[in-house]
Design a protein around this ligand. Structure first.
Ligand code: T68
Length: 830
């Protein structure tokens, strides 16, 4: 098309679209009904709640897309340094409520729907969770995306579009069963398929030497090509026009046919083989502990990294002729080691495809990459067997060997021939299965290595990456995690939010959370206290209804709702919680009837998924059910104690449970939780914390004061010495007694629980449940005492919310932007 024609066409189109979609009730209603008819293809006179939800979402999405387009046009015009956030997992949860709140059109939609005879909340309940991640790491990525959009940073998220998200947890006779989460079954209105944005990703094959203009070149001749197709998920910021993009890749068979098999007539096998390509993005690995060196996992990692880098480099090359400015325009964040093959891929592309020298390419790689680690255990660090990597990505293995060779030479110059240390720091681990240490590769290249809380950084410096810290102390930083108050307060706890805005006289805290500190001055005000308690009561009623529908257990909202919801792990010590509950039950049983009046009634709520192959974690779930069965059906106990397990814990369940809880438990063995983010969500919602001195809890204590929490247990620095004591470290009698009850079959399933009880026997109690038990019970007793003093409890609750400002992901992202990525806000004008 001639330039003149194009211009005329563009002008005509702008003429048709020169204003934005309107948000008055009639326009919204018309849009929703149009989507019922034209998108969902139902008659506007007959559609159900789910169809109404679909139409509603499409109408919201239209408004979102307008801002998203504008934001990208604006970024393109300004060409700022961009952040690319690479993560194999994003736990986004639901999108509808969050989108209308961030877009500032929640009330308008609620009114418009009301007039049509629909309730916004009811329709919002129709949405399923996008659960493309396991736990804390994945939800953190989602919170950080919300803050990046809200703070107007020019950022992109990149990940994988799994067909099956994290498994659904079904409980059958108290045992966890896993069912596939085929979340795309009914379509996903929040994504936009970009068939024209696709890249070939190559695997296997051989590497050959070739001469090019007298220079030796390595040429990778791949054995398989898979197409990566982009699915874009626009994410709106709050109180801004900016909306950023989360681009997730799906695998599709490549257009490059294997002509041979077609021509030899084996048509069916050829089609089936091509179809296998799609398996790469099929399923999320449900294990958040260990790495098993699986081929499919490596292919997932490389698949999304390769597609993302092709996309990033294409965007850069649109406006640059060479790579000199690449580090000034691009920051690449590696979320844990899962995307760290990106380092070798950048080297490969720059050297083999863009023909830069090794040194120039390495210089660029070292400037663009930063890395955040989320783990504490050295044995939890990811390793990829050399044979596997050499087979799937032969050229990358060569590059990693070369990186390691240079690194070892540099290191020898600095530390001499200390072979023990050299072998500890090497990217290649020799031994039984020769492997690539992905964390060592990441540290060797990245300009910054971040921990996720202050104590986590200390552990990295002193234990996990000690050798590296001594070599490059300047690389090591920490950014204490945070969560977004938009989802964890505004979406999930509207009662509390309107109360807070009323008392602060502004809604600005939603954007500037430090303003919450203004609540401190009213913490003892009887009017605020009354309103605060009422808001909690409403949330507890909602939770109580949910519990009754799920489990048939009726709970009293006058009881203390005591909650532990998170992945099931030995180190997170759900077992300590259950043993504490058994102790409470045993005490009540053995009490004089007249003394029972003094017992503070509790509803203990536990929820979380166990990795499918994690046997002990699954036994913990079964024990919880067995104990619940006994307690909840004991006529002696009645409302004094109830135990409920909430099945299929996920983001939207958390949104319901957190606002309705009084007390929450974060009781990992000190030194095992890198940060923990659940605690921050509870804190913002005015739930008191019963916690160990671990991860971010230490910093929470500094913000709100130890008086406003229930702290207990060994401290990080005590743990190694305690472990050394082994069997000398005798657990208290009460502990031995409750473990014995389980062993002796008081709750049934005696043989099944034996191995679980063995894990906490004297001498084998690695997570120190026995050692911490007495102080745990004291902390629980202190919580009971505080709960009956309503004025005190409510003051502590208000002070928890008031002191939670530091734990907003807005603060975390500002720190990353300034100290790690070097990016500036780029705010799209309204
Ligand atoms: C969590 N890590 C930390 N890992 O345990 C938690 N791992 O302390 C921290 O608050 C959170 O990260 C955010 O920083 C994880 O969630 C995983 O999910 C995971 C997944 C795959 C493999 C290994």
């Amino acid at each position: 098309m001639e330039f003149g024609d194009r211009k005329a066409k563009a002008e005509k189109m702008f003429g048709l679209m020169d204003e934005f979609l309107k948000n008055d009730p009639v326009s919204l209603q018309k849009d929703i009904l149009d989507h019922v008819e034209y998108t969902v293809a139902r008659s506007r006179f007959s559609f159900d709640d789910f169809e109404a939800y679909q139409a509603l979402s499409h109408s919201v999405r239209d408004r979102l897309i307008e801002r998203w387009h504008d934001t990208h046009q604006y970024f393109k015009k300004k060409d700022p340094k961009r952040l690319y956030f690479l993560s194999l997992e994003f736990l986004m949860g639901r999108s509808l409520s969050n989108s209308v709140i961030n877009l500032g059109i929640r009330d308008q939609y609620a009114d418009a729907l009301n007039q049509l005879g629909f309730d916004f909340e009811v329709l919002a309940e129709q949405e399923g969770d996008a659960a493309l991640g396991n736990g804390g790491l994945a939800r953190l990525s989602a919170c950080q995306m919300d803050s990046l959009a809200t703070l107007n940073y020019p950022a992109w998220g990149y990940g994988l579009r799994y067909q099956y998200g994290l498994f659904r947890q079904i409980i059958l006779d108290g045992f966890q069963l896993e069912q596939p989460d085929y979340w795309l079954n009914f379509g996903n209105p929040w994504e936009i398929e970009r068939v024209h944005v696709s890249y070939p990703v190559k695997f296997y094959g051989t590497v050959e030497d070739e001469g090019l203009n007298g220079e030796k070149m390595k040429v990778w001749i791949p054995g398989e090509t898979v197409e990566a197709v982009a699915y874009d998920n626009p994410l709106p910021g709050y109180d801004t026009r900016n909306a950023i993009n989360l681009r997730l890749w799906a695998a599709k068979p490549s257009g490059q046919y294997d002509m041979e098999s077609y021509n030899t007539g084996d048509y069916i096998s050829a089609v089936v083989d091509r179809q296998k390509a799609e398996t790469i993005s099929n399923v999320l690995y449900p294990d958040d502990r260990s790495y098993q060196g699986k081929e499919l996992r490596l292919k997932q990692q490389y698949f999304f990294v390769s597609a993302s880098l092709q996309d990033i480099i294409r965007r850069f090359k649109d406006s640059h002729d060479n790579f000199d400015d690449f580090p000034d325009k691009v920051a690449l964040q590696i979320n844990d080691t899962h995307p760290s093959i990106a380092i070798a891929e950048v080297m490969r592309v720059l050297i083999d495809e863009e023909h830069l020298s090794w040194n120039k390419a390495w210089d660029i790689a070292c400037k663009i990459f930063s890395f955040t680690t989320h783990s504490v255990q050295p044995e939890g660090l990811e390793k990829i067997p050399v044979d596997l990597l050499g087979n799937v990505l032969p050229r990358h293995l060569q590059i990693i060997y070369d990186i390691n060779y240079n690194f070892m030479e540099e290191l020898k110059k600095k530390i001499g021939q200390d072979y023990d240390r050299l072998s500890r720091m090497s990217i290649i681990e020799e031994g039984g299965v020769k492997s690539i240490r992905m964390a060592n590769l990441s540290i060797a290249c990245c300009h910054t290595v971040n921990g996720v809380s202050r104590v986590h950084l200390e552990l990295l410096k002193m234990r996990v990456f000690k050798d590296f810290y001594e070599l490059w102390p300047q690389k090591f930083q920490y950014k204490t995690n945070g969560v977004t108050q938009r989802r964890w307060m505004v979406v999930s706890n509207p009662n509390l939010c309107s109360l807070i805005s009323k008392w602060l006289g502004t809604e600005s805290w939603i954007r500037n959370i430090d303003l919450l500190a203004g609540l401190q001055q009213y913490a003892s005000d009887p009017d605020l206290q009354y309103e605060w308690e009422m808001a909690k009561k409403v949330n507890k009623m909602r939770l109580a209804e949910y519990i009754e529908t799920l489990s048939g257990v009726k709970v009293s909202i006058d009881a203390m709702f005591d909650v532990q919801i998170k992945r099931i792990h030995e180190y997170k010590r759900q077992l300590l919680n259950i043993l504490g509950i058994i102790h409470r039950y045993d005490c009540i049983k053995n009490m004089e009837k007249s003394d029972r009046r003094r017992v503070v009634p509790r509803v203990c709520i536990i929820g979380g998924k166990a990795a499918p192959g994690y046997d002990i974690a699954k036994k913990i779930i079964k024990l919880c059910h067995a104990v619940a069965e006994t307690i909840n059906n004991d006529a002696d106990i009645r409302d004094l104690l109830k135990l409920v397990f909430i099945p299929d814990y996920n983001v939207s369940v958390a949104e319901l449970v957190i606002p309705g809880s009084d007390l929450s438990q974060h009781i990992s063995t000190a030194g095992h939780e890198a940060s923990g983010t659940g605690s921050m969500k509870f804190l913002m919602n005015g739930c008191l914390l019963l916690a160990t001195y671990d991860g971010a809890t230490i910093e929470i204590t500094e913000e709100i004061g130890a008086d406003n929490m229930f702290l207990f247990g060994a401290k990080v620095n005590d743990v190694p010495a305690l472990r050394k004591k082994g069997a000398e470290l005798k657990a208290p009698l009460q502990f031995a007694r409750v473990v014995r009850m389980v062993r002796d079959g008081y709750f049934g399933f005696k043989d099944y629980f034996k191995s679980l009880c063995d894990t906490v026997e004297d001498g084998k109690d690695f997570y120190l449940l026995g050692y911490d038990f007495a102080s745990y019970l004291e902390a629980q007793a202190a919580a009971d005492r505080a709960f009956v003093d309503k004025e005190k409890w409510t003051r502590m609750s208000i002070l928890s919310t008031a002191g939670s400002g530091k734990f907003s992901s807005d603060r975390t992202i500002e720190e990353y932007a300034k100290e790690t990525w070097g990016i500036e806000p780029c705010k799209c004008p309204f």
